[in-house]
Design a protein around this ligand. Structure first.
Ligand code: F6R
Length: 606
């Protein structure tokens, strides 16, 4: 996981690799390393802990290479130690990786059966072996790289050196971002524009599935099918790099696309991918806990509602979720045996903070699921559960929402295991399901083209209704909230079972009705709500998955087919379509997407 830099340079690169890694420190890491082409070989320098430790290694053993790669690792597969630190080497190949290779265990078994031995516990090392094995068949580096990429399942950004291929750095991205930087006779590769920022302001954002060969002549870029492509060069003002929108028009659009990586980084902090076990930081005795009280506002509240469904169902642990502004003034009956969990992107929302303090004053243990780890809430609680999706700039919350849901999902699994409602095998299965979510979210984001077309119709509506059951009823609230806050179209989110108790009166042939129905235990019921709505002339936008589409009633105006997923992660997967719908409607309407009228990113007054 984490930061990547690659340089094809004219002068020794070690110092610049380290300089770039320092720029990436904000992403969090627990070891760091660099490698470079030296003569006919590749040399590595790695260290556990901070970059300072790597600098000490480099002082003792300088690296003279003019082409090299560097990495800051945040442990996912295997402990933070030197053996697991990147770069990893096998035969002629040395590489760094950001992401998770889901099928690494099968690939590792296959490589071990072929006589290959491994130095680390990482998923990354198998990629180096696979490329090396392809090179051994006589393939050229770029073809050996492509043949390997075709075998990987999961999300990744990679930077690769090959022995004997001087002045060459290969890169690829799927699910994790990667940028190319153009210098004067030098080329750069980075996990974000910040990584290459010290050396150039000419940046190419690689598209999903792209791979690239960098040498002194420039970048040769290929798409996922292997066709040579060109991608636009953008000139990025250096001071703006941190807040850079990349190829996106708005921060919100970028942040929707950031979600596979944001969730991946978050999930990696709450599970041990190597053992497929949960690993929730902080001292909470899940087995003895009597109750969880979630307090939050807006989208963070909705994330809490999704958490309630998962935690109660899996762990048989009662969870109350309440809007903080109500909770703080109504003198709720609280008991010290409960844990209060504040949910807040900013960690500063006045009502949530007040509700949290109220619970603390009643003697409750406290925790916060938060993005801003230096915020007031983070400083005041007993346990901080950070989301690791990076700063969220768009006022409408997107990637913080899915990262918050990721944390609560890991907590649901951990609490269930601790309380004996699931066994160790089920815990492992569910952790594997959770680790697959970033890839499925990336696939759901690919529905953007289809959603843009739907948005053109929705933009003409005066009212929109969102319906769902189970966790999808919470997502219906979120869909409606996103649409109204950025496009100013009136929208309501409802638990679909409530339809007959009121909202069905709204149904006419001008009101789009978005039904969220993955193929889960609620599917039949949601499908029957769809029929009821259509019988009254309603224009249904049916958002389902590849299983649900086989069983959906005929007659929806539009069917959107997201990838099928386990119910544990279906909220994560179905989030992108509703966020993209709100986004494209707002763009069509010419609204100020990132700064909607009357709204602030951090609501520090009640
Ligand atoms: C909606 C949105 C808001 C926030 C709410 C809470 O898109 O962003 O509803 O979720 O203001 O903010 P935090 O999470 O910072 O406490």
């Amino acid at each position: 996981m984490c930061g990547i830099i690659g340089i094809v340079g004219k002068a020794p690169v070690a110092e610049r690799l380290v300089e770039s890694l320092k720029r990436l420190e904000y992403r969090g890491y627990d070891s760091a390393g660099v490698a470079g082409v030296v003569g006919s070989g590749v040399e590595r320098r790695r260290a556990k802990g901070k970059i300072k430790a790597l600098e000490e290694v480099l002082t003792a053993e300088p690296l003279t290479a003019t082409t090299g790669i560097g990495h800051t690792r945040w442990a996912t597969h295997g402990a933070p130690n030197v053996a697991n630190a990147h770069p990893h080497s096998a035969g002629r190949v040395t590489l760094v990786h950001n992401g998770i290779i889901e099928n690494f265990a099968e690939l590792k078994a296959e490589l071990a059966a072929a006589g290959r031995t491994f130095e680390s516990d990482t998923d990354t090392e198998v990629i180096a072996h696979l490329i090396d094995a392809e090179l051994a068949t006589g393939l050229a580096p770029i073809d050996a790289f492509k043949a390997t990429l075709d075998r990987l399942t999961g999300a990744y950004a990679l930077a690769v050196l090959i022995e004997g291929a001087e002045n060459l750095v290969l890169g690829a991205r799927r699910g994790s971002p990667l940028v190319v930087g153009e210098g004067q006779g030098e080329m750069f590769l980075g996990s974000d524009a910040l990584a290459v920022g010290p050396f150039t302001n000419r940046v190419i954002y690689l598209d999903e599935g792209d791979y690239v060969a960098l040498d002194h002549d420039g970048a040769r870029i290929f798409d996922a099918s292997g066709a040579a492509v060109t991608r636009p060069v953008r000139v990025v003002p250096t001071s703006a790099v941190m807040m850079e929108k990349g190829n996106y028009r708005h921060f919100m659009e970028k942040e929707i696309h950031d979600q596979p990586e944001g969730c991946q980084r978050t999930i990696a902090a709450y599970v041990d991918a190597l053992t497929s076990r949960t690993a929730i930081p902080g001292d909470v005795d899940w087995a003895k806990l009597e109750r969880i009280q979630i307090v939050a506002c807006g989208t963070s509240y909705i994330a809490g509602v999704v958490g309630k469904y998962l935690i109660e169902q899996l762990a048989d642990l009662p969870v109350d979720v309440e809007i903080a502004s109500e909770f703080r003034y109504r003198q709720p009956a609280l008991r010290p045996g409960a844990l209060v969990v504040a949910m807040s992107q900013s960690g500063e929302t006045a009502d949530t903070l007040a509700a949290l303090r109220y619970c603390k004053a009643k003697g409750m243990k406290s925790a916060v699921v938060v993005n801003a780890t230096e915020s007031t809430m983070a400083r005041e609680v007993d346990v901080v559960w950070p989301i690791h999706c990076g700063p969220e700039i768009g006022v409408a919350s997107t990637k913080a929402f899915t990262a918050q849901v990721s944390v609560l999902t890991a907590i649901a699994v951990a609490a269930a295991k601790a309380r004996g409602t699931i066994d160790a095998a089920e815990e492992q299965r569910l952790v594997k399901v959770l680790l697959e979510a970033p890839r499925l979210i990336a696939e759901a984001i690919h529905l953007e083209g289809a959603i843009k077309e739907i948005a053109a119709d929705v933009a003409k509506a005066r009212d929109v209704l969102y319906l769902g059951r189970g966790p999808m009823s919470a997502l219906a609230l979120e869909g409606a909230l996103k649409l109204k806050e950025i496009s100013y179209i009136h929208a309501e989110g409802y638990a679909a079972g409530e339809l007959k108790h009121g909202p069905i009166a709204l149904v006419d042939d001008k009101t789009p009705i978005v039904i969220l129905a993955p193929h889960d235990s609620w599917f039949e019921k949601s499908a029957s709500n769809m029929s009821e709505v259509m019988a009254r002339g309603g224009q249904v936008i049916f958002i389902t998955d590849t299983e649900g589409v086989k069983h959906a009633p005929e007659g929806a105006k539009v069917v959107v087919t997201a990838p099928a997923s386990d119910p544990l992660v279906s909220t994560l997967v179905m989030s992108a379509p509703i966020q993209l719908l709100a986004y494209h409607v707002a763009v069509i309407k010419g609204a100020d997407v990132d700064q909607p009228r009357n709204l602030a990113k951090s609501v520090t007054v009640e």
